[in-house]
Design a protein around this ligand. Sequence first.
Ligand code: AMP
Length: 225
Amino acid sequence: MAAQALILLGPPGAGKGTHGSAIVEQFGLVHVATGDILRAAVAAGTELGRQAKKYMDAGELVPDDVVIGIVREKLAEEEVKARGVLLDGFPRTIPQAEALGDALDELGYGEPCVLNLVVPEEELVRRLSSRRVCKQCGAIYNLNIDGLDVGDKCPKCGGEIYQRDDDKPEAIRERLRVYKEQTAPLIEYYQSRGLLREVDANGQIDEVRARVLAAARECLGGKDQ
Ligand code: AMP
């Protein structure tokens, strides 16, 4: 059977990270989140991190060839092929989607299934500005729901809670602008190929999780891990 690829599409703050984690836990896929990979490279001070940081801090996209290279390498790993992949935050431009299509074909993956998480813009701004993240394990929290703020300890691993630089107001506005201009066209791209499913990602987190998992199950042919 062809290796499986599931793409999570949606604007910043739609819940790709949160629900992506639930999907991989349920279905055993490998979670490939380009934003997480880039943040880890910045934190480690690698050459990739040095290149990526200035774009990320400004809320802009890192150049396509850099991100495509990272994802291609992951997709070629035997473990990723065997377990299947959940792509979170990639593709974000039409050239990325085209490169992904070629890589999936070459590496023996089937047609990807795309879940588009739909959330109204005012809710995205609210979520992003109150999002807090664990520096150590990457767990995602919300100041208003979880009551955790910068400097607190992560309940999961004890790591330090921080606010991403790009979750500050100016960068949020830029990221949403970039999303509309460069990433939203992917909805039409995948819709016209019959690969897209829309998921209402507004509402209580548990309800959204249930909808996302149900859509993922349909995509993956009904198989839990
Ligand atoms: P995220 O964690 O997905 O919100 O990504 C954080 C930042 O990493 C983005 O604002 C971009 O600067 C960069 N980034 C992540 N994924 C991509 C991608 N597929 N293409 C270009 N830049 C990306």
